[in-house]
Design a protein around this ligand. Sequence first.
Ligand code: 8YV
Length: 303
Amino acid sequence: MTQPMVPSCIASLNEHFTVHTLVGAADPEALLAEVAPRIRGIAGGKVSAAMMAKLPALEIVANSGVGYDSIDTVAAKARGIRVTNTPNVLNDAVAEITIGLMIALARRIPQADRFVREGGWLKGQYPNLSELTGKTVGILGLGRIGKEIATRAQAMKMRVVYHGRRRQPREPYAYYDNLLEMARESDWLVVIAPGGKDTDNIISRDVMAALGPKGSLVSMARGSMVDEDALIAMLGSGELGAAALDVFRDEPNVPEALFAMDNVILSPHQGSKTVETRDAMGALVVANLRAHFAGEPLLTAVV
Ligand code: 8YV
């Protein structure tokens, strides 16, 4: 086990396998050296080519997460190591918190709570803020999660447009083949495409400038996709209006410059972090491992 799992998943892993827990081990290197020859499967991510090289009997990596950018899939493929992820089961949880963070940012909900607690209301009025209704939201990545966000944004009476590698003719939303153009036309830009080298820094200074002083960025996928230095500078100067950030380039280290900014909502990578969804993700991890070792087809293979 290479990453923290919920109790239901740990219990199920223990029921079906002999589990060695690398995450949180007092001396991970020593543990790895001791058990490496016997490891046939990994539950979790963060599996580099170097780690795979230490595990001669490794057959499968069952990632807990839809994004598998922390696993070297090229190295896995070369060795015939299978890789699975956990799609679909987390769509609703991620979509919910995305809309939640958008409302929290638009209406400054954390600040409003502090305003009441600290007695600000007794001294004056809370400012009139902006609403989602009637605004345009551009979704970068209209995949399984992106579509759930789109549905919920429509319930907020927003206009939905999207950018991705290709137009999806069956979707009812306007497609932009150019991200900059979409950012220019959007009040909100939601980032929910896969991380990895293809999308590194895709939210560049130019994209954020196109979103502009009245625009808000919502980063829900991977911190690697946003030029964080430019983000901080532009939020400070007002070139970008506001941002709701659930992911960061070097999380859990969050740039402290963001802490003092009022036009930012910070969230601890909690898109899929609900009891229901983490149980479902854990169950899918175990189901993939069990299928593999029973010689059955994998449920959700990516390699
Ligand atoms: C997890 C995620 O937080 O599914 C993903 O890609 O980012 C999240 O569900 C992450 O995989 C670590 O468990």
